[in-house]
Every structure is written in C-alpha cells, then in structure tokens.
Design a protein around this ligand. Structure first.
Ligand SMILES: Cc1cc2nc3c(=O)[nH]c(=O)nc-3n(C[C@H](O)[C@H](O)[C@H](O)COP(=O)(O)O)c2cc1C
Length: 178
C-alpha cells in the first residue's frame, strides 16, 4: 500500500502560475513605430495549419498596435537577452521606444507588416485570424496563423529562455528520448 500523501488546497491562481515552465516570447508589433513586449501566455491551437495564440491585456500598448496592424511576430529570446526580456515586460511602449532602449534591432517582416527581432534565434510571423474577447476574462486571446518562420543556423534549443513563476531558466537536460 502506498503511503498517504498530504495535499493542500493551493488556490487556482497559484496553481496555474506554478505550472511547469513555458516559453517566454518577445512579441513585436506595429509598422511605423513598432513595439516589443514580453509574453508568457501562449498556446498552440493547431499544428497543421499552424495556429498559435497569445493572451494579452487590453491595457497594453501592444494591444492597440495589434488591433491596428493585424499581425505580429513571436521571437524566442536566447538566455543572453534576459535583461531585455525583463525590460520589455516592465515598461510600456507608450512612453519609450523599446527597440532603441534595449539595443535590439527590428528586421522587416517577410510576410507581415510588423518586424521581427534580429537578435532572437527563432522568429515566427503571425497573421491574426481571430480575437477571443470574453468580457470577464482578464486577458484577450489573439489567435493567428504562422505564415513565416526564420531560424538561425545551428539553433541551440537548450539556450532559449523559459519562464517559471517569476524565474527565468534554460531547459534542463533530456531525461529520455521517444
Ligand atoms: C515574464 C513576463 C511575462 C508576461 N506575459 C504577459 C502576457 O502573456 N500577456 C500580457 O498582456 N502581459 C504580459 N506581461 C506584461 C507585459 O509584458 C508588460 O505589461 C509590458 O510592459 C507591456 O508593454 P506594452 O505596454 O509596451 O505593450 C509579462 C511580463 C513578464 C515579465
């Protein structure tokens, strides 16, 4: 017989915040004055076609730009960009140009109007297809199709940032392969 394990009521918010690590992205959006924001709420809705979504609060400057532009890029930062990720997650593009402030370079989108970020090893260009706006949700889901991707040669998956309940990490070693 297995020993009884004591489990405590954690609370739903604490539970979702402490789920195992998820990717963290730098979302770039906008045509004339593009902005960058840090995004942790991300989901893959379909693999083929490739449909992804991000959860964003309407108070974000980026939300306004998403509505205007109709597309965005999701850029996977390497661990060398951790300071930029924090900066873009704690300051608003309504008051500053986050590209010039963080020293990151906008590179023209190949199939979208928004730029991607040159310093990020993996870039996904997303065209918005739907917006899930439920009045009582605190984040609106912006869903779209990945229409173009760029990756650097020799992309090192173990070098990217992941986010876990207030901590930035890199993925740990593989335990087993399928
Ligand atoms: C690790 C991390 C993850 C975040 N994830 C999200 C997110 O998924 N959705 C969101 O709306 N804000 C998220 N934020 C907060 C925004 O990045 C932050 O409010 C930012 O200043 C908004 O910038 P903007 O006003 O220029 O769009 C996150 C911040 C951090 C540090």
């Amino acid at each position: 017989m297995s020993e009884e394990v004591l489990k405590l009521d954690m609370g739903p918010i604490e539970a979702v915040m402490s789920l195992p690590p998820s990717p963290v992205f730098l979302l770039a959006v906008g045509e004339e004055e593009p902005n960058v924001t840090t995004i942790g709420m991300f989901n893959v809705f379909s693999i083929d076609p490739t449909i992804v979504g991000v959860g964003i609060r309407t108070s974000r400057h980026s939300y306004k730009l998403l509505e205007e532009t109709g597309d965005f890029s999701l850029n996977v930062p390497g661990k060398n960009l951790v300071d930029q990720v924090v900066r873009c997650g704690y300051s608003s593009g309504s008051r500053m140009n986050k590209f010039s402030e963080t020293g990151m370079t906008p590179q023209p989108g190949k199939r979208i109007r928004s730029p991607s970020i040159a310093e990020c090893p993996l870039n996904m260009e997303v065209r918005i297809t739907e917006v899930q706006d439920r009045m009582d949700w605190d984040h609106i889901w912006i869903v779209g199709k990945v229409v173009h991707t760029d990756v650097i040669e020799g992309y090192d998956r173990t070098d990217v940032l992941i986010y876990w309940d207030g901590e930035f990490r890199t993925p740990s070693p593989v335990l087993r392969e399928l």
